[in-house]
Design a protein around this ligand. Structure first.
Ligand SMILES: Cc1ncc(COP(=O)(O)O)c(C=O)c1O
Length: 383
């Protein structure tokens, strides 16, 4: 692969850096567009804060800094008009961990956990790993734009459904759920006493400026009391390797139940995670705006190019840096391997519960994006 384009100083060469995304790819000249992190160096203030922490030179057990808690509260107030009380925050080193804790805490072994497919795979593995039953409700695909099929939902719901795992915005279909959709969903959860777990890790990566993210728990007091929100600076600020996320739980009883289940099993947050989280939420905004502009242009180019290739299509990505590409017209037995052999590393739709699709991560340099598009086009032309 050729050298990086360095128009933007935050575009990083990640080869030989033990990156999970790049390690496998660089051996075979693959443009890696699979695991969901960015090929961008994080914001300068985050780097500075981490350097200062390292210079102190002590890495003992860490208390949760009040300043980090305040940073989380301030961020939600300014970005989402959501006033969070400090005691609602329960820290977790990962949101996948939290999904698993929630399945164990709020459903009994034979209870069902509902989710909408296609979906980020841990939403389907968490119930199974916790010995709970997974119930899938497929989203409706209207020409590449996915919606919640409320008729299908009411027909699959049973008395045993205890938890809904909602991804908002949605990975992989890129939807920002609107107020009507969220209200309808939350109402159903209230009527049937289903805990609503709203994973909002992608909420600060909205590309479509006409579709603002609405935190589920802000819809009403009753809904907040039945909702656990999962959040983290990891995706937005490209710090997922620092393992710092949190659940926001306003209902004290639910919060205690969550904590009791996690206690002794889930590790504490590390010093570097808290440090990066605080710097991200207090000083990361200029970087985020720059990255969003770059991602919007990557998305524009990708959307136009993919839809111009016969046999491929993709819908608009309202949020996230992940494209969901429909390859079904090509009738490929294994789309992931087909494109990997052509030098583009994407994740096949089967693991998300919808074969025939691939997920492409476009949080990369423009140069790599164009190279990937060229390879995809060439591979399709060769059929
Ligand atoms: C919806 C969603 N939740 C959680 C995660 C992972 O979170 P964590 O690394 O904190 O476990 C991802 C990563 O892609 C994601 O897309």
């Amino acid at each position: 692969m050729t050298a990086e384009n360095t128009d933007h100083q935050w575009i990083a060469d990640r080869r030989n850096s033990d990156s999970l995304k790049w390690t496998q790819a660089q051996k075979a000249d693959i443009v890696p567009m699979w695991i969901a992190d960015m090929d961008f160096q994080c914001a300068e203030p985050i780097l500075q804060a981490l350097h200062e922490r390292i210079d102190h030179g002590v890495f003992g057990y860490t208390a949760t800094p009040d300043t980090t808690v305040q940073a989380v509260c301030d961020w939600h107030k300014t970005q989402h008009n959501w006033q969070i009380a400090p005691e609602w925050i329960v820290w977790t080193p990962g949101l996948v961990t939290a999904l698993n804790v929630i399945c164990r805490a709020f459903a009994a072994p034979d209870d069902q956990v509902l989710t909408f497919t296609p979906i980020y795979p841990p939403f389907m593995s968490a119930p199974k790993l916790s010995d709970r039953k997974l119930l899938r409700c497929p989203l409706k695909n209207d020409g590449g734009r996915y919606t919640i099929d409320f008729d299908a939902l009411t027909s699959v719901l049973t008395e045993r459904v205890r938890i809904l795992l909602l991804c908002s915005p949605h990975n992989p279909v890129g939807r920002v759920w609107n107020k009507d959709e969220l209200l309808q969903l939350a109402q159903l959860c209230l009527e049937r006493n289903i805990l609503l777990c709203s994973d909002e890790i992608h909420c600060d990566l909205v590309l479509d400026q006409g579709t603002p993210h609405i935190p589920t728990a802000t819809l009403s007091g009753d809904i907040a009391a039945q909702t656990i929100t999962l959040m983290s600076p990891a995706k937005t600020f490209n710090i997922p390797g620092l393992n710092c996320g949190f659940a926001i739980i306003s209902n004290e009883k639910l919060r205690q139940q969550y904590k009791d289940t996690a206690d002794g099993i889930v590790p504490w947050i590390n010093t570097m995670g808290y440090t990066a989280c605080q710097a991200a939420f207090t000083k990361g905004q200029p970087w985020r705006m720059e990255i969003l502009a770059y991602l919007r242009e990557n998305h524009r180019i990708l959307h136009e190019s993919i839809n111009a290739i016969d046999g491929l299509s993709m819908g608009r990505v309202e949020a996230t840096f992940l494209a969901w590409i429909d390859t079904r017209e090509l009738n490929l037995p294994d789309p992931e391997t087909f494109f990997k052999d052509a030098g583009v590393g994407m994740i096949g739709g089967a693991v998300f519960g919808e074969p025939g699709f691939v997920r492409l991560n476009f949080a990369c340099s423009r140069e790599h994006l164009l190279l990937a598009i060229e390879r995809i086009q060439k591979a399709v032309n060769s059929l």
